[in-house]
Design a protein around this ligand. Structure first.
Ligand code: SF4
Length: 638
């Protein structure tokens, strides 16, 4: 019997050793691959038993505490036994609207398991997780990290049958796992039709004019002699395009690549290119589609970046929720190596050496922050670093590193092939090109839409068949909430920026509950590194729960403002800075939804002390006036 009280037995040390031996060999016994090793160990063993921690500590010469610390950081890694079938329902607001809570309850009832617990026989555990990038085809769940979308009662019953019958996941009907792209509108990116290698050949032709011998590898990496075109022309092209990072911050991609190219490389090191595919912002899923159906474009963009900055090593950091894409992506990498588009001497150019490794995350939203992502790539807890120094000079293993979003790399490939001026002519002056939007919620056709920057929110709503819309959350919980009066605003860095999420709420939705869901998300995802965020996000969640429970007062609005001030001023990273955004936005635009919940003009504590004393009154047989607290706090003052 295991320590959790269910019938799950710990695997024998010999079995653990056999499993770990293969995984350690695969990852070259490299401690910086610790997260990948732990993840794969769990895939084989269902959890990370103490014997695995012990053996990994010896094999990697790491203290046990470090391994336990890393395993404890990621919500998809378990150091206690879970069910052999580990079911996690997506708990994003959109899935809630689609009825996920009732479906989870149905599954729990059917399998005799309590939500958040493991069944008595150790067969199954059922719980929730944040958004898993399926807002266009929810409700959805993960079972042992495999996605099952489009849940309804019949599908839940089918899953329960399979679990009760202990059918191995590999034998479940394939149609359960089918994830649709749902591309509703394409433009220059989704309709690009680039063939693998097109952009790289264009780069080669630009930097290696006919007749120029580019066989000197030093010249390739360090820039060709003065007077001849070098890889810097790629960056010039990018500068002309005006491309800004699609991850949300909108930083100039050319400036970033240029800074990396000019940063000194430590002895024995190299420059690094990292694709941030940790698409964790609730409501966004467009990177899932790019990776599933346009992976060549993304890898091509990464390789263009490597040529421009002189990088030899590349990583795609894929969010754990997108584990289902891993084999497809690995196959694309193999094909590109065989075609001479990755590896040594790309396109036959001596010194143009670059390859890409895929690392998977394990359920930590904060790893979407670039410095936290690099920590995670190095096999550590995903805690954001102090900046400066920035990754472009001191990134992965202290080497100059470019970190860009999936969509940014796809755009870079297009620009390399078609030119910066062509790209700059699309969109607005300050936001060039197009933007992919992940549209979900109260619309007729949820999915991925590509629009030129500058499109209005109203135009987007029209395109996706929204009606009776009262609000749109643009850019996810940390983005902006807009109401009807603002539907003329434009999707652009200079107006309403968006990393991709576009969640639509019609007039039947309670915007207070939307904001409350987001505060739960931030409290859950705070990495706990800094106190203002760890405590502040939790207090914010409690304040919203207090309002929801009918104990709110205007005093709580002031408290939320105060909390926002602290989080803005004192948080270490963007999660803390933006945690109050959804609440402040909805208070400003949908105040009646909050005021409905105010029970009192004066402060009312969230905790009802008088009610809590009821058992004591019952035990003493008293229920007279003296056994109760005064009705209001102020009445008790002298
Ligand atoms: Fe972690 Fe929050 Fe601090 Fe960011 S602000 S480092 S998420 S605790």
């Amino acid at each position: 019997m295991s320590e959790s009280g269910n019938n799950y037995r710990e695997p024998r040390p010999a079995r653990v050793a056999a499993v770990l031996s293969l995984i350690l060999d695969k990852w070259r016994r490299d401690p910086t691959a610790l997260l990948q090793i732990l993840r794969e160990a769990q895939e084989a063993l269902d959890w990370i038993p103490p014997a695995a921690v012990e053996q990994l500590a010896q094999a990697l010469s790491l203290p046990r505490s470090k391994i336990e610390g890393v395993a404890g950081f990621y919500s998809f890694l378990y150091t206690r036994p879970q069910g052999r079938y580990r079911v996690l329902f997506a708990d994003n607001i959109i899935e809630r609207m689609q009825g996920s809570a009732a479906l989870m309850e149905r599954m729990c009832r059917s399998l005799w398991v309590e939500a958040g617990k493991v069944s008595e026989d150790g067969l199954v555990s059922v719980g929730t997780t944040s958004c898993i990038g399926m807002g266009d085809q929810g409700p959805a769940l993960l079972v042992n990290n495999r996605v099952i979308p489009r849940l309804d009662e019949a599908r839940i019953d089918q899953l329960c049958e399979l679990i009760r019958g202990e059918v191995p996941l590999a034998d479940w009907p394939a149609e359960l796992f089918v994830v649709a792209d749902n591309v509703r509108r394409g433009d220059i990116l989704l309709d690009a039709g680039l063939q693998p290698g097109d952009a790289l050949k264009a780069v080669r032709d630009r930097i290696q004019p006919t007749g120029l011998d580019a066989s000197n590898s030093r010249s390739w990496r360090e820039g060709l002699p003065q007077g001849l075109a070098g890889p810097a022309v790629v960056i010039d092209e990018l500068r002309r395009s005006g491309l800004r990072g699609r991850g949300g911050a909108g930083f100039s991609t050319a400036l970033k690549w240029d800074a990396c190219r000019n940063a000194p490389v430590p002895v024995g090191g190299c420059r690094v290119v990292v694709c941030n595919a940790d698409e964790g912002e609730p409501g966004t899923f467009k990177d899932r589609v790019l990776l599933n159906s346009h992976a060549d474009l993304v890898f091509e963009g990464m390789t263009v970046a490597a040529m421009a900055v002189g990088a030899r090593r590349g990583f795609l950091y894929l969010r754990g929720e997108y584990r289902h894409l891993l084999e497809t992506l690995e196959a694309v990498l193999v094909r590109r190596r065989e075609a001479g588009l990755l590896g040594e001497g790309i396109l036959g150019i001596a010194g143009a050496d670059f390859d890409i490794e895929i690392h998977l995350g394990a359920g930590a939203y904060v790893c979407g922050e670039e410095s936290a992502l690099i920590e995670s790539l190095e096999g550590k807890r995903g805690t954001p670093r102090n900046r400066p120094p920035f990754p472009v000079t001191n990134g992965y293993l202290d080497q100059p590193t470019v970190v860009d979003n999936v969509e940014t790399f796809a755009c870079s490939a297009l620009i390399a092939q078609r030119g910066g001026d062509w790209f700059a002519a699309i969109g607005t002056e300050k936001s060039t090109g197009t933007k992919l939007l992940s549209i979900s919620g109260d619309v007729a056709a949820p999915g991925v839409y590509e629009f030129p920057f500058g499109v209005t929110i109203g135009e987007v709503l029209l395109a996706c068949g929204a009606s009776g819309t009262q609000a749109v959350q643009v850019g996810g919980p940390s983005g902006t909430c807009v109401n009807v009066a603002e539907f003329g605003r434009r999707i652009a860095f200079e107006d309403v920026p968006s990393a991709g999420a576009f969640m639509v709420f019609d007039a039947t939705r309670d915007m207070f509950e939307v904001a409350r869901n987001f505060t739960h998300f931030f409290a859950h995802e705070s990495c706990g590194f800094c106190t203002p965020c760890r405590v502040g996000t939790s207090l914010l969640k409690n304040l919203m729960d207090k309002l929801a429970n009918g104990h709110g007062s205007p005093y709580d609005f002031a408290e939320i403002e105060h909390m926002n001030h602290i989080l803005q001023q004192m948080s270490h990273c963007g999660l803390g800075h933006s945690a109050c955004n959804p609440v402040l936005d909805t208070i400003a635009r949908f105040r009646p939804a909050y005021e409905r919940r105010l029970s009192n003009a004066a402060f009312e504590p969230a905790f009802d002390l008088d009610r809590a004393l009821a058992p004591a009154r019952q035990m003493t047989g008293r229920d007279d006036e003296g056994a109760h607290l005064p009705v209001h706090f102020e009445e008790a003052q002298p």
